[in-house]
Write a protein that binds this ligand. Structure first.
Ligand SMILES: [Zn+2]
Length: 376
């Protein structure tokens, strides 16, 4: 509860909770629902909230016809039967993952579980409240043994697992690549013959090394900085037919529509033989231009807008708590499991991190950033 109150104290100074009076709001985008925690499942809730508030992803998942996906039952259930099957599993009122026995292929599918939750979140008539994402949590735990124990896990690892699994399950109907996939160009220039060798690879997010008091632009520049391959790291040049010194750099060829950035805040330190958290201050602007790209890239110098931030609270990966900040008009909404709190730009700037290391043992820091391309 210590972490929880630390967050509350920051938020309550300049913000207020959304009242749960049950007002019906005609505007879908201004309804905010939290998600129950089933014991250290905030790493799931934070990722689900960020994905739900990625409108293109949410709509694409909901609109995809069940009959066109993998894991298809031989006779598709009618909407009534689906609802009946769903409620029969979740008619107990306590947050509890036990009591669920047999499942068909559809129910085992992560795509169906996430889609069902998105449909339920979107169908809510009240302005705020919370739902129990039981079926989805169960599906995640069934599909990946990494997440089966009740320990805290890495939200970034879960995000990658969810997107990759959804992509596999939706097959050709998948929106994952269309929205999140970018291309990196790994270029190596031989210092002897100047030949440039290029190898391309896809990414669905970028993991950036961080330092104290930097901005995302600094981190991106460092990501694409030239690195000299020399000594025992020399590069075998096909033209020279020998090992040569070379310059290597990683450039972005295609920027995705949704640019996800992980700040590498957990670093393994040999001396203490564990992951330590870097609470460094890393400023991430609300609008940004990504431009360290190849000359032949598509969408060069496109502008992006920040719409979601998964925040890690705590001193380490295993002890921490996660919440998600979602931009809504000129405010930010903080999703802290089943609690939904209105906050503001100042709190987002607070989670840039600590400008002086070791100020407090419990830091609240932006960990995964979601930027959307601004269509002009
Ligand atoms: Zn060469």
């Amino acid at each position: 509860m210590g972490l929880f109150s630390a967050l509350t104290s920051v938020l309550t100074s300049s913000s207020k909770s959304i009242s749960s009076t049950g007002n019906t709001d005609p505007n879908l985008e201004s309804r905010f629902f939290g998600l129950s925690n089933f014991g250290n499942t905030c790493y799931c809730n934070s990722v689900i909230q960020a994905l739900f508030h990625c409108k293109d992803f949410r709509n694409s998942l909901i609109d995809t016809l069940a009959a066109e996906t993998k894991s298809l039952p031989t006779t598709p259930l009618s909407p009534f039967e689906q609802e009946k099957a769903f409620t029969s599993h979740f008619n107990d009122s306590q947050p509890n993952l036990r009591g669920i026995k047999e499942q068909n292929d559809e129910e085992k599918s992560l795509f169906y579980a996430l889609r069902d939750l998105f449909i339920k979140l979107r169908a809510q008539k009240k302005q705020t409240g919370y739902l129990q994402p039981k079926k989805l949590i169960l599906s995640i735990k069934q599909k990946n043994e990494i997440f089966q124990n009740s320990a805290q896990h890495d939200a970034h690892e879960l995000l990658n697992f969810v997107l990759n699994t959804i992509d596999e399950e939706m097959k050709e109907k998948s929106c994952v690549k269309e929205l999140f996939k970018g291309t990196l160009a790994n270029e190596t220039r031989c210092c002897n013959c100047e030949t440039i060798t290029r190898r391309e690879e896809d990414f669905i997010d970028l993991s950036l090394e961080i330092e104290q008091n930097v901005s995302i632009s600094n981190c991106m520049a460092k990501f694409s900085a030239k690195e000299l391959l020399a000594g025992k790291n020399k590069f075998f040049c096909d033209v020279c037919q020998s090992y040569q010194e070379a310059e290597k750099r990683m450039l972005i060829k295609n920027l995705p529509k949704i640019q996800i950035i992980q700040l590498k805040r957990f670093k393994y330190v040999e001396r203490v033989q564990r992951l330590i958290k870097l609470s460094h201050r890393v400023a991430f602007p609300f609008e940004i231009q990504f431009n360290n790209t190849t000359l032949d890239c598509e969408h060069r110098f496109k502008n992006y807008s920040l719409f979601a931030v998964v925040v890690h609270i705590g001193s380490g990966m295993a002890q921490g708590h996660y919440v998600t900040l979602i931009r809504h008009e000129d405010k930010w909404i903080c999703f802290d499991d089943d609690r939904v709190i209105v906050t503001n730009d100042q709190y987002v700037e607070h989670v840039f991190g600590q400008a002086i290391d070791g100020q407090t043992s419990i830091s609240e820091t932006g960990y995964i950033l979601f930027y959307e391309r601004i269509e002009e």
